[in-house]
Design a protein around this ligand. Structure first.
Ligand SMILES: [Zn+2]
Ligand SMILES: [Zn+2]
Length: 450
């Protein structure tokens, strides 16, 4: 019987080989398909638990670097699944390692756990009533960027993949990171680090080192359950711009006796507009320089000593970013010099551009299509930033968007991420689990036996 079936198998293999397929490939595809079926079934079964986790986390939001309750919930859950768990990474981060029984590559999946200082406006039974300390002040807290959904989705993904451990060809590493939105307990000064960057610095990606990393973000204005992706640059780099124009205080009735930082800052502000429009190559990706605040002066008849401006510099390319920093600096310093004033320009690099590895993205698009039942679109560049970029700088990465706006709603009117009215249609969560679990599973199956 055994001999006969091996004979029949070799016959099939020979036939398939003749038609351009190898037996090994066919078997690998069949195993990967079986894994997808198992993921689909379990994702559905886990749905009520997934929603309960999400609501619990949503009702208990915590700011960056203070995700203690959330991290505990995650760590307890991962331990209960039998994973190797490391806690206290980058202050409150958690890393879980799931070793499959079969040899294969290593893939990492990432979720962020932090909330925002926003007061929730929705009247939901699990709406947040939490308060917290943001830079020493009491504030209302809300998961206004959907990081509650990311955490719950990855918890469910870990549960499903852990149950498939015996058939898993490789290792899955789970990163539950703190402070994606920035630290809630200190002001960045260019030296201190947090979140994903700090996790990388603390060696979270060293043992085991993943071959690829995947992340997902809930997105308002995209229909619930739709996946949006793009290859290459996807989210911007985000750098803080701080400008101080120093003049010489005097009576506004006799300006010639001083140096006016108000007019110099106005010239600098206009001059900055030409950094992008006249000096930056925008033929492949755009860039942005925006000033968000101007502060100077105390009284109508006093020319002040100092004007301070803050803003942001965004780009999608490391070389352009470097040039922008130099151009912004030169423009402001020279304009100040021409007005006899002095400029201090400080640029703090906060987030790198998020760049999806083109080859990895191309390879995983069929997985996205399966996970979202073919409802997959390409997204334009996103002007926001993500510290997933620091993981994707170490190894090939792909970061995708999951639509969470109810399909019955006009997408144009959906409250965006970070808005007090940000709302998640929970039917999208299962798609999120299918996405994360199948990205890991398909990646491992494709790499197994190489
Ligand atoms: Zn956000
Ligand atoms: Zn976010």
């Amino acid at each position: 019987m055994l001999q006969l079936s091996s004979f029949r198998l070799s016959l099939i293999a020979a036939l398939l080989a003749g038609s351009g397929f190898s037996y090994a490939q066919t078997t690998a595809t069949a195993t990967a398909d079986a894994a997808r079926n198992e993921i689909a079934q379990q994702a559905k079964q886990t749905e009520s638990m997934l929603i309960a986790w999400r609501r619990d986390i949503h009702a208990h939001p915590e700011l960056g670097n203070n995700e203690k309750r959330t991290a505990q919930l995650v760590a307890d859950h991962l331990r209960s699944l039998g994973l190797e768990v490391r806690t206290g990474i980058a202050r409150t981060g958690v890393v879980g390692v799931l070793k499959g029984a079969l040899p294969g590559p290593t893939v990492a999946l990432r979720a962020d756990m932090d909330a925002l200082p926003v007061k929730e406006s929705a009247d939901l039974p699990f709406a947040s009533k939490a308060k917290g300390q943001y830079l020493g002040k009491e504030v209302d807290l809300m998961h206004a960027c959907g990081h509650d959904t990311h955490t719950a989705i990855l918890m469910a993904t870990a549960k499903i993949l852990a149950s498939m451990r015996e058939r898993l060809p490789g290792t899955v590493v789970f990163y539950f990171q703190p402070a994606e939105e920035g630290p809630g307990d200190f002001v960045p000064d260019g030296k201190n680090v947090w979140g994903a960057k700090m996790m990388v610095q603390e060696g979270a990606m060293k043992s085991p080192k993943p071959d690829a990393v995947f992340g997902l973000h809930s997105w308002a204005g995209l229909p619930a359950g739709r996946i949006a992706y793009r290859a290459g640059p996807t989210l911007a780099s985000s750098d803080d711009l701080r400008i101080k124009i120093i003049g010489k205080q005097t009576h506004a009735g006799s300006p010639w006796n001083g140096i006016d930082p108000i007019t110099v800052s106005a010239e600098a502000l206009v001059g900055l507009q030409t950094v992008i429009s006249r000096r930056t190559n925008i033929s492949s990706t755009p860039s942005v320089v925006s000033i968000g605040t101007i502060k100077g002066g105390t009284r109508y008849n006093i020319i002040p000593e100092v004007v301070e401006m803050t803003g942001t510099i965004r780009s999608y390319d490391y070389d352009i970013r470097r040039k922008l920093h130099a151009d912004v600096r030169q423009k402001v310093e020279k304009i100040a010099e021409s007005g006899n004033a002095r400029a201090e320009v400080t640029i703090l690099e906060k987030y790198d551009p998020t760049i999806n590895d083109p080859a990895l993205t191309e390879k995983m698009v069929p997985t996205l299509r399966w996970a979202a039942n073919n409802d997959v679109v390409q997204t334009p560049l996103v002007g926001g930033a993500e510290d997933f970029s620091f993981f994707a700088k170490e190894v090939p990465g792909m970061f995708v968007f999951l639509g969470v706006t109810p399909r019955s709603q006009d997408m144009a009117t959906a409250a965006p991420n970070h808005n007090p009215g940000f709302f998640v249609d929970e039917s999208a969560l299962v798609t999120g689990v299918r996405t994360m679990a199948s990205l890991a599973s398909d990646y491992l199956h494709a790499g197994a036996g190489r």
